[in-house]
Design a protein around this ligand. Structure first.
Ligand code: ACO
Length: 317
């Protein structure tokens, strides 16, 4: 049996930090409100001269090094992003150029906050069908580029960053299953729309936060059940949950559903905010580097985002 095993991971956060106190200066909000409603204290913001592919490049370099590989060992690149450098070429192709990888297929996936799970799911299929041996899977987003900083219910949430894994073919257990879904009818609850800011029209995020919150909690409950039952596993079998970091209250609801203490949930939202497709690989890299997640552990990744899209992956590390 061929498995896809995580052979290495890496991440990158831009230097600039935007704290809740910084936001208090420009918005009608408080650190207390943001912390209690979202769990977020600060987020990293991409530099003016950086692009999403620059974030992806740093995380990818770290992941390739962590896997003890050379860039040209990679035979497929998938980048999950909602904030590509340009409409084309894909950020994956730009990343390929920056990594000086000679030739391999490279493409982007757009599933907003569920993008990394979608990308992982596709990479797993390439490996299981023997179509690739070492896949570079990246989640990279510069959400600050599509945030309306005059909208207090939105500006507080988003951060920038990237995370990457190398998924390699192995005869040892790795990805046990992935599950991806979409339901397009809820577009109006969470989407990007053209708004005027200081006389300039800009595409920014528009979200009915409260309704999205309720949908996210209920949907993540269902995906946890689906993942466990398809693997004939029980809640107690899971060592760590590595969730998409949207809101600490959503993370707490998932932990409750699993009868799990928050000590078993990787939390980075306080330091990073919601980095969309980057949040799961950033959390994974943090969990591994902090020696929380160890070899042999069973981890559940789950995400919910714009589309709506949602998904999960159950992985033996
Ligand atoms: N500071 C102070 N007050 C605020 C702020 C703020 N930053 N933002 C909103 N408020 C106010 C509102 O105006 C409202 O005031 P009102 O009662 O006088 O009208 C009140 O707080 C409550 O607003 P809600 O929107 O009901 O607040 P809620 O508790 O739902 O928190 C939040 C808002 C944080 C956005 C939350 O709904 C949330 O996290 N939603 C889910 C986000 C998510 O999961 N997105 C999906 C993934 S992201 C992706 O796919 C791209």
């Amino acid at each position: 049996m061929i498995y896809s095993k995580i052979k290495g991971c890496g991440s990158y956060l831009p230097e600039k930090i935007l704290t809740n106190s910084d936001l208090e200066l420009t918005l009608d909000t408080t650190d207390e409100w943001i912390t209690s409603r979202t769990g977020i204290k600060k987020r990293h913001i991409i530099a003016k001269d950086q692009l999403t592919s620059d974030l992806a490049f740093e995380a990818a370099k770290n992941a390739i090094k962590d896997a003890n590989l050379q860039p040209n060992d990679i035979d497929l690149i998938i980048v999950a992003t909602t904030t590509p450098d340009k409409v084309f070429p894909s950020t994956a192709c730009i990343l390929q150029k920056k990594l000086k990888i000679k030739e391999c297929p490279a493409f982007d996936i757009q599933a907003v906050c569920s993008g990394f799970i979608y990308a992982l799911s596709i990479a797993d299929k390439f490996i299981k069908t023997n179509s690739a041996k070492n896949v570079l899977v990246v989640g990279a987003d510069a959400m600050s580029r599509i945030t309306d900083y005059s909208d207090r219910s939105n500006a507080i949430l988003w951060g920038d960053g990237s995370g990457a894994v190398i998924l390699s073919s192995s005869n040892k257990e790795g990805i046990l299953s992935t599950h991806i879904h979409a339901q397009g009818e809820y577009e109006d609850l969470l989407h990007v729309t053209k708004k005027e800011q200081a006389g300039v029209f800009k595409e920014t995020i528009d979200m009915r936060g409260n309704q999205v919150f309720k949908m996210a909690v209920n949907t993540l409950d269902m995906i946890v059940d689906e993942t466990l039952s398809s693997n004939k596993l029980a809640k107690e079998d899971i060592d760590w949950v590595v969730p998409h970091q949207a809101n600490i209250r959503i993370l707490e609801a998932t932990a409750k559903k699993l009868n799990m203490s928050m000590d078993k949930v990787i939390v980075t939202i306080d330091e990073q905010g919601n980095t969309s497709a980057a949040s799961i690989p950033l959390a994974l890299d943090y969990g591994i580097k902090e020696k929380k997640i160890k070899s042999g552990h069973l981890i559940l990744m789950e995400a919910f985002g714009g589309g709506f899209t949602w998904g999960s992956a159950l992985i033996r590390i």
